[in-house]
Design a protein around this ligand. Structure first.
Ligand code: SAM
Length: 221
């Protein structure tokens, strides 16, 4: 008989580690990580590793990011309750769930190019009570103008550059948090803020390795 994991205890230990190492500083980010059961977004065969600080496969050659990477992105976004967020790359739905806990699920739109992955993410979100997160199938390199403007556009796939549509869909003072890099599998995390004059102030942060953003204004298929 295998042991039954105590996911709640593992979740608390993961958050303690992320706090101790400085990845989490904002209490809202902490509370979101404590509230969302990561195991509900992991394939059954990998659930023993649900709270390890590693990316895990989610099928179709895609991954769910390591918790520390997600924490870095959520901290960089400086989100407040009620702000509208567009996530590019739904995947499992875990990152969207955390966003939903911070800004309110009705304020989160997440877009995924692979319909079967989007459906899996949608059902995972519903399973943890976050069915009011909007999951859209489409090419996030074009943003999602239907719900713009956004206080934040957060990409969880690596772009060759910031697509033109993203700054155009930001609210004043809005932020883009996205992995950007000259190769398909290596990036730096870029944080770009829309200034009052309409220009983007760009800061480059942590090196990272996301799967590529594939789309019309991104990497080719
Ligand atoms: N945020 C996800 C999670 O919490 O599980 C992980 C996302 S995974 C690293 C990147 C996702 O971006 C993949 O599911 C991939 O299919 C998707 N993707 C790649 N290019 C895209 C595009 N142009 N538009 C929307 N989704 C895209």
């Amino acid at each position: 008989m295998g042991r039954t994991p105590d996911f709640a205890a593992e979740r608390k230990r993961m958050v303690d580690r992320l706090l101790a190492s400085g990845y989490i500083r904002d209490p809202r980010v902490r509370d979101a990580f404590l509230a969302v059961p990561r195991e509900a977004f992991i394939r059954p065969e990998d659930r023993d590793d649900a709270y390890a600080d590693v990316p895990l496969p989610i099928g179709r050659g895609q991954t769910i990011s390591a918790p520390s990477m997600i924490a870095i992105m959520l901290e960089e976004a400086r989100l407040r309750p009620g702000e509208r967020v567009l996530e590019i790359g739904t995947g499992s739905g875990y990152h969207a769930a955390l966003l939903g806990r911070i800004v309110g699920p009705e304020n989160v739109v997440t877009i995924e190019r692979l319909p079967d992955v989007a459906e899996w993410g949608r059902s995972n979100l519903a399973h943890v009570g976050l069915a009011s997160v909007t999951v859209v199938v489409g090419d996030g390199s074009l943003g999602y103008p239907e719900r713009a403007p956004y206080a934040c556009i957060m990409a969880t796939a690596g772009a060759p550059r910031i697509p033109d549509a993203w700054p155009a869909q930001l609210a004043p003072g809005g932020r883009i948090v996205a992995p950007v890099g000259a190769t398909r599998h290596g990036q730096v995390l870029v944080v770009a803020t829309l200034g009052p004059d309409g220009t983007l102030r760009i800061r480059e942060g942590t090196p990272c390795a996301f799967v590529p953003l594939v789309g019309e204004d991104a990497w080719p298929e």
